[in-house]
Design a protein around this ligand. Structure first.
Ligand code: A2P
Length: 345
């Protein structure tokens, strides 16, 4: 049964990808509404060869809508969530606004699809680095419990939105011309540079992005005591994130076994050519659905440790694709309709 879908934030980096995926995956649409800020009201986007006008979001926007794919930032999600659920629509939210709310399922369909069933009108799409890492380590965790994760990320500009991606390109051109460009969207120049992730710092010295990896992974894995420590870094890559992940298990985990498990794991592609020293790279992961994993090796400093390296498209599996997969799951399992009262946030 085709449904009415609205994209909130349709003109953004993730919104654009959502449109592409609804088309390429032949999502069963009865109608499609494109919503954004007043800045882009009236602009035209093309969907399946048809020109669609972008509308400003207002209270009446969600009438008759079954599903809202929201990707317009936390404050916009907070501002409209109750209106959306009161209108009878289900919201799949890309922002961090409701991820840790116990009444909001936080879902990666390959990991915890069953959590989706218990939604009350809002389902949260996890943080991009969390999704990419979770996809690679959950299949190992299922075979043998992970005790501790130490991860360092190399995050692309796309995580900060379409304007940040544009800024890196413009800065790069300026630097090549010998100029000294200033940053406007990101806090510091990113071209030919990198900096620790610019999300706000929390009281223990970790930034919010790092704490998202900790708290969201625990929620998705249903492993409240799993040890995780993260260092998140922004790098001058356009749209795929990379992560160096160190895993400590409760017993030795043979490398060959890990490789065999990941070769079969959903959403993962093993990329390892040890002869050529060729492993996952952001340029190879960009535009791909799969998370590329490689350089799986025994940690020489710990007999129960494994090291791995991964790259995944931040806009795709890190955001838009995961949201679409949740939507497909809702349709397939007949979980779209609410049985109880909608959540008020
Ligand atoms: P707009 O293009 O009109 O600014 P990105 O993550 O790439 O920065 O994209 C953010 C998306 O969220 C854009 O589509 C943007 O629309 C939209 N957006 C930002 N603020 C609002 C708002 N207050 N109401 C509705 N949409 C918003």
């Amino acid at each position: 049964q085709p449904i009415n879908v609205a994209i909130l934030g349709a003109t953004g980096a993730v919104g654009t990808e959502l449109l592409e995926l609804l088309d390429s995956r032949n999502f069963p649409l009865a109608g499609l509404k494109l919503l954004a800020s007043p800045r882009s009201a009236g602009s035209i986007l093309t969907f399946k060869g048809e020109k669609l006008k972008v509308e400003t979001v207002e209270a009446s926007s969600f009438k008759g809508v079954d599903l809202v794919l929201a990707s317009a930032g936390g404050s916009t999600s907070k501002a409209w969530a109750n209106t959306i659920t009161q209108a009878g629509a289900v919201m799949i939210d890309n922002s961090s606004a409701f991820r840790m709310n116990p009444d909001v399922p936080l879902v990666v369909p390959e990991i915890n699809p069953e959590a989706t069933a218990h939604h009350r009108g809002i389902i949260a799409n996890p943080n991009c680095t969390t999704i990419l890492m979770g996809l690679a380590i959950y299949p190992l965790h299922q075979v043998q419990s992970i005790k501790r994760v130490v991860v360092a990320t190399y995050q692309s500009a796309s995580g900060a939105g379409a304007r940040a991606m544009e800024e890196v390109k413009i800065q790069s051109q300026a630097i090549l011309k010998g100029e000294n460009p200033q940053a406007e969207v990101l806090p510091y120049p990113l071209a030919f540079n990198l900096f620790p992730h610019n999300s706000p710092l929390t009281d223990r010295g970790y930034c919010e992005e790092e704490m998202k990896m900790v708290n969201e992974t625990r929620k998705i894995f249903n492993a409240p005591t799993l040890g995780i420590t993260a260092t998140c870094v922004r790098v001058p890559v356009l749209r795929a994130h990379s992560e160096a992940v160190n895993l400590e298990f409760d017993a030795p985990f043979p490398v060959e076994k890990a490789r065999a498990i990941l070769a079969q794991a959903p959403g993962i592609k093993l990329v390892e050519d040890w002869q050529k020293n060729y492993f996952p790279m952001p340029i190879d992961a960009s535009g791909k659905d799969e998370v590329l994993v490689g350089r799986i090796r025994q940690d020489i400093s710990h007999h129960c440790g494994l090291e791995l390296w991964l790259c995944g498209d931040q806009i795709r599996k890190g955001a838009a694709l995961n949201a679409i997969q949740i939507a497909e799951l809702l349709m397939e399992k007949n979980w779209l309709k609410l049985t109880g009262s909608p959540l008020t946030v």
